[in-house]
Ligand binder design. Sequence first.
Ligand SMILES: Nc1ncnc2c1ncn2[C@@H]1O[C@H](COP(=O)(O)OP(=O)(O)OP(=O)(O)O)[C@@H](O)[C@H]1O
Length: 641
Amino acid sequence: MTTSPAHHTDATTPSGHSSPAPPSAPAPTTGVGTATGPGGASGHPGRLPLADRADVRAWVGAFLRGEAARLLLTFALFAAALVAALVGPRLLGHLVESVKAGTTTGRVDLLALAFVAILLCHALLARAARTRATLLGERVLARTRENFVRRVLRLPLSEVESVGTGDLLSRATTDADRLNESIRQAVPRIALAAVTLVFTFAAILLTSPLLALGLLAGVPFAVLSTWWYRPRATRAYERLLGQEADVLAVTHETARGAATVEALGLGPRQVRRHGAAVDQVVRTRQRTTWLQTIWFPSLDLATMVPMALTLLIGGLAYQRGAVGLGALTAVVLYVQALGEPLNDLLTWTDELQIGNAALRRILGVNRLPREEPRPPAATEGHAIRLEGVGFGYGPGREVLSGIDLDIAAGERLVVVGASGAGKSTLGKLLAGVHYPTRGTVRIGGVDIADLPVGQLRREIVLVTQEQHVFTGTVRDNLTLAREEAPPDERLWEALDTVLLTDWARALPDGLDSEIGPGAAPVSPSAAQQLALARLLLSDPHALVLDEATALLDSTASRRVERALAALIEGRTVISIVHRLDSVRDADRIAVMDRGRIVELGSHDQLLAADGAYASLWHSWQITRPDTPRTRPTPDPGPTAG
Ligand SMILES: Nc1ncnc2c1ncn2[C@@H]1O[C@H](COP(=O)(O)OP(=O)(O)OP(=O)(O)O)[C@@H](O)[C@H]1O
């Protein structure tokens, strides 16, 4: 995979400080959606990188620095709640001592009242502390999510294509949820449990240093088992999250490419792939459960043994008069109180490990190159020139080689060739989705790798058969590609050109009607037409049409083709086609075979040459449908479907 020289990696922190680069749009292919077809890039699933420990440490450091005041306040509230909780047993101890010594009922009442007041105090402080911790967690998480989305939007499209969307999706959804769980729940619970344990131990130490000794017996069990468990669990959890991403990737790919899956009968294959991905998850889950079956009992021993020892020592010491009944009562209550925080510590430390693995995945996108803003370049005209272009999706195998091609401004070029010949790849190189591994693609004399994204998008846009309706109003959907919103008349004009006026007028609020997922549904052809209207408004000089109507039924595709015919007026058009029924209208036809352009010329010239094109043409004459479609002229546009 290649990336532009203007790409580099950055770091994002939970405080929202990322490297100072203005957000730039992704690669210029969004005219009618991205170029990843069903089973395309995701058919070669890759994984995004993981952040390393240093990245996670930097993130945690930035979190601690950025939220120091809020953190301190939260911990102070937790500590105050704890002190209140620890005073309770001491008061009960006093009560027992006083009753034994024969105190007045007034004093017993007073102590009981103080006990209730302390309990109330504890409840209020604990509630305030938890609320603070939750708010803090939500703040950090919201910023981390925002940074993630901002960062992903600045990935070169070729990167997104090469990993597929499953891995990205799972990082943005399931991994973010896991991190959320960790920050909101695990961090405060662990902090609370750890502080409770320290305070309780200190209280036991203050009450009776002798009885505190017994508790130390648990330390070796806890340290040894955790030392064994941690690295194994970390690895297993990282594997688990990656495998869960694979499951999501297959699900996503199947849902996105549902039409292709159905058309080609790929259902059983997708079910098998999904099953295999789920099996991996199950196996890793079994592994993590097995690790827990060793760790948890060891930790139970680490808590039970010292508790039993303390009670034993306590009983003996009381018999010998080394501790009083009050101190023994308090210590028994303290030891009992150790159970819950210890349990919390175990469970939530494990949850924190999952959060850590999720964080490494979320921060991993920072390791990828990003689109850097480039200075505007002075182009001369809009001619396109490919010189010695070669390209491979991975090392070792070139899918395009030795391509030299000049496309004049305003020319209509049709690209034909067998499946896998490299037509779509050529289209992506022309539109700057990928950069050539060898040679150059120039527009107006400037290498497209040197053109800023905005400028490149005004020069050339790739139009594929996929389209996307963004959740929002019709106006939002039309003006996405524009920095300044054009006046309403321009929007209506564009809708008129793509034959969508009636559709838009039928919506309840015209241009302000909400459409897209969850709002008014948009048919595939209307979505395509809407995308074409967006393109009209962004007004690029050249269009690469890659089978733009292939997935639509014939009535819908005719409407889209008419809209396309209006769109291509006055622009340079490179059409990638399978059906040859309108190729003769093109200025020139390029025939591709195994990554090369083997013939180039007008329909008549190529027929006269009697080569690859002539035989394609003759076989098309035999196999084409009896009733060729009516189409507006001139329209060398996508004719498939
Ligand atoms: N994302 C990708 N990763 C790896 N290889 C790819 C990718 N996309 C395409 N290829 C390979 O590159 C070669 C050219 O594919 P391309 O899609 O450009 O051909 P095409 O002529 O457009 O085919 P079709 O008419 O079937 O769409 C094929 O061998 C294909 O398997």
